[in-house]
Write a protein that binds this ligand. Structure first.
Ligand code: CNA
Length: 511
């Protein structure tokens, strides 16, 4: 098996991308429009910028039909692949670059170029644009978010490599389905779908007082920055943890829930389960509140593990997470009880050991006394959450590629910035005819969702249930709650969902 690593450091770091595309038919049987996705060139991008058909490759040793693979086997630079990926990732976030000092293409030309790409495929597109139409590469790149200055910075070969990558990635990107646009469309999808995949993030627990990572003023990362920790990810880096677990233990209490309550959004996922519609909840959350909400274990994939258990880094001893909670709450490094017991037992034994060792040898000397200098330490307990640099659970990949992508009929993505690979990559791996709905406070640009419902997710799911004719019962949903749904200007499929003020002018208090 290839290494499967959570890479939450930046936007969709793909160098550890690990979903096996070979097992997935993105086209779906009823989507002939996108049939090119299955059969189009799946090769890497040559340094020339042309698409060369390299031998199909699949990860996980399950070679079958062609796998899209963006790494360039023809790159003779021998380095810098991750640098390319970072550039491509950044460009993807802002796909069209306005003219810089007159260099570039205007937005209409950019969208025309992109739609040509979708029609003709990457190879012909690059050939036509660069050779037939003789568009200078650094100008063409601006239509895909590349800074023209990169041409000089990287040199022609490398620039062409990056351009090729971004063009291929744009081509394979999920495309919005035109028939789903409104909140009522989403409510109808809820009523009619049978096998729903729900992908959740930290936003579904913030109403319980658990901070997310990336919200600007309230997120955990901003708190860390305030404390002078400039690389917040280091708190969750396995190498940092092994080097000095104190940083983690000083900060982790903030993320530890009281385990007494779950949010209305957890309740909504449970409702989908009760209605027989929940196929799988992939949660990035580590708070384990899905268990409290009663989500069946076999429908739940905790992509980044959870606080439910803890393991000794030294001897591998496993305990229930609750056993280390007092230490986490006291901001004290939790030590392994089994190691402690072993050490105590050894401490009792050494007398005999020492006596034995000190028995005069035939040579009249004493046995090696180095042991006396070793002060054994009990191992450090680590909660079973997936740190950066650790493998994701196997069941994530197996269930996703072997089962879910083949059978789901709706995807709901709730309360996440979708910046952590490989979860961030899931939408691009799901057959494109399956409707994708996004529910969160801030819109997402790097994935083409069919409908984006923006607001507090507890309010959005409440309104969806109401429109679907279902009742979402939860102590945090006030009686008579009303929400407004307003179109986001310039977008036909983005909506702001807000609580309406009550008659006394107040908005229903949020717990
Ligand atoms: P994130 O990057 O912090 O994104 C959360 C997103 O949710 C942001 O875009 C917010 O705008 C949005 N959001 C916050 N509150 C709400 C709300 N009430 N309603 C709707 N949207 C809201 O976190 P992600 O989940 O995307 O990133 C994955 C990380 C976060 C995983 O590795 C987790 O382990 C980690 N995390 C988990 C928890 C938890 O378990 N509760 C808490 C903090 C971080």
């Amino acid at each position: 098996m290839s290494t499967k690593v959570a890479t939450p450091l930046a936007h969709r770091k793909r160098r550890h991308s690990a979903i096996d595309r070979s097992a997935i038919d993105l086209t779906g049987s009823d989507d002939s429009k996108h049939s090119g996705h299955k059969t189009a060139t799946n090769g890497a991008v040559a340094a020339s910028g042309n698409i060369s058909d390299v031998a199909p490759r699949a990860e996980n040793g399950t070679s079958s039909h062609a796998t899209r693979k963006l790494e360039d086997e023809n790159d003779d630079s021998g380095e810098g692949e991750s640098e390319y990926e970072d550039i491509v990732d950044a460009a993807e976030l802002e796909p069209w670059r306005p003219l810089i000092e007159g260099e570039g293409v205007d937005s209409q030309t950019a969208s025309r170029l992109r739609s040509t790409l979708l029609h003709v495929g990457p190879e012909k597109f690059l050939h036509d644009a660069l050779t037939a139409a003789a568009i200078p590469p650094y100008i063409l790149g601006t239509a895909f978010g590349l800074d023209p200055a990169l041409f000089d910075q990287l040199g022609e070969n490398r620039y062409m490599h990056v351009l090729g990558q971004i063009v291929v990635r744009s081509y394979y990107k999920r495309r919005k389905l035109p028939q789903y646009n409104t909140i009522d469309d989403v409510a109808a999808l809820l009523r009619n779908s049978k096998n729903i995949m729900v992908i959740t993030g930290a936003g579904i627990s913030t109403s319980l007082g658990i901070p997310d990572f990336r919200s600007k003023t309230t997120g955990f990362y901003s708190k860390l920055l305030e404390r002078g920790i400039n690389e917040p990810e280091e708190v969750f880096d396995i190498h940092e943890f092994d080097y000095d677990p104190r940083t983690f233990y000083q900060l982790a209490a903030d993320l530890l829930p009281d385990h007494k309550h779950y949010s209305p959004t957890h309740g909504f996922i449970r409702l989908l389960q009760d209605k027989g519609k929940l196929q799988t909840n992939y949660t990035q959350n580590i708070d384990n509140l899905e268990e409290l909400a009663g989500i069946d274990k076999h429908r739940l994939i905790q992509c980044h593990g959870s606080f439910a258990g803890a393991t000794c880094r030294k001897c591998g001893h496993k305990v229930k997470g609750t056993e280390i909670f007092p230490d986490v709450r006291a901001k004290r490094v939790s030590r392994c009880q089994r190691c402690k017991a072993d050490i105590a037992a050894q401490a009792a034994a050494p007398k005999a050991k020492k006596a034995k060792k000190r028995t005069p040898t035939p040579y009249g000397g004493r046995s090696d006394s180095d042991d006396d200098d070793d002060i054994p330490e009990p191992g450090v307990m680590k909660p079973d959450i997936t740190f950066f640099g650790e493998q994701l659970p196997e069941d994530f990949f197996d269930r996703f590629t072997e089962r879910d992508v083949k059978t789901i009929d709706l995807v709901l993505v709730i309360g996440t910035s979708l910046k952590v690979a490989p979860v961030s990559e899931m939408p691009d791996f799901i057959p494109h005819h399956v409707p994708h709905i996004f529910i969160s406070r801030e819109p997402i640009e790097h994935v083409n969702f069919d409908v984006q419902l923006l607001g507090n997710c507890d309010d959005v799911v409440f309104e969806l249930c109401r429109r679907a004719g279902w009742e979402l019962k939860h102590r945090m949903v006030p009686k008579g709650l009303e929400v407004s749904v307003e179109a986001v200007e310039d977008f036909g499929s983005r909506w702001r969902v807000k609580r309406r003020p009550r008659e006394d002018g107040k908005v229903d208090g949020r717990p």
